[in-house]
Design a protein around this ligand. Sequence first.
Ligand code: SAM
Length: 314
Amino acid sequence: MGDPRDLDEVQSFYGDYPFPSRAWRQLQRLQWLPARLRPLLMKTDYQRRVIRAIRSHVTAPARILDAGCGTGELTISLARAFPEAHLLGIDFNARSLDRARSVADALGLERIQFEVQDLSQPLSIPGGFDLIVCIGVLHHMKAPEFALRQLVERLSEKGEIFIWLYGELGRSIQRAGLELLDLLVSDSGDVATKVDLAGRLGLIPLPRGRFLHRLGRRLRGLHPHWEGAAFVADTYAHPCVREYHVASVLELLDSADLELVAFLGQMRSRPEDLWSDPEVLRRMKELPREKMLRAIELAVRPNNYQLIARRRRS
Ligand SMILES: C[S@@+](CC[C@H](N)C(=O)[O-])C[C@H]1O[C@@H](n2cnc3c(N)ncnc32)[C@H](O)[C@@H]1O
């Protein structure tokens, strides 16, 4: 979507809409409960599929860095998935980190630290991380290559990095929504109006069904976007969005001296993970690797790329 705008704009965007804020909102709703009972009612297995994908490749990392951790929900899910690990979550949005800290404290997760750091500036954190995750961050940056190189420098010798990036081929709905709201709202930075219009236009998916959604609005007197304004803003009103395809993903890895270990999630590195038809497999496997990956992405049309990479060895 167009040229990424100023970094400051992204920072103030997340200051207004700390992402994803789900667990934090849940915690606010449970304030009436004694503190020791709150964890019992909190749902903390967000992004289960992402965690499963990471666990399928990574066994027992001792130190994990969550770069661009936002309100820390994945950091917390990672802490649960790897109970021996010590984790550091960094983000340039202090408000997000305050929310992250309050949720981690409520859950008694002392193994997690959160620190304000700007990935577009030289980082002041130590290295030696066995696993670095960077989810939904680089595609919102003006210079993702610089950020990624800094992260790679902080990998332990055998460390691996898990990256999640927007995929161009599967994002036509979101792209259309972004462009539509840009057309309708003359001040492109007026995120609140865009979020409101996204609701009025019906752009927001209603996971609980239209009827219950409407009923919920009436009964609870809530704002129409009760699934979370942060999600709507992130999808339809973000000031800086970049979309990738396999070739640009590989270029990004290359720029940081990384080699691809595997694509996970929608996109895969091996056609046999997606098809069993012998004719399809034969033709795919005859292709050189990059063309095979291109063929896979054209067939799958992923809206994101999840991948594991490591320092180039040769
Ligand atoms: C879409 S959110 C993803 C949050 C989290 N990784 C998740 O998946 O729930 C993107 C996050 O990247 C952070 N971010 C963007 N640019 C950054 C930068 N230059 N330095 C540090 N954090 C940044 C934002 O503040 C925001 O919290």
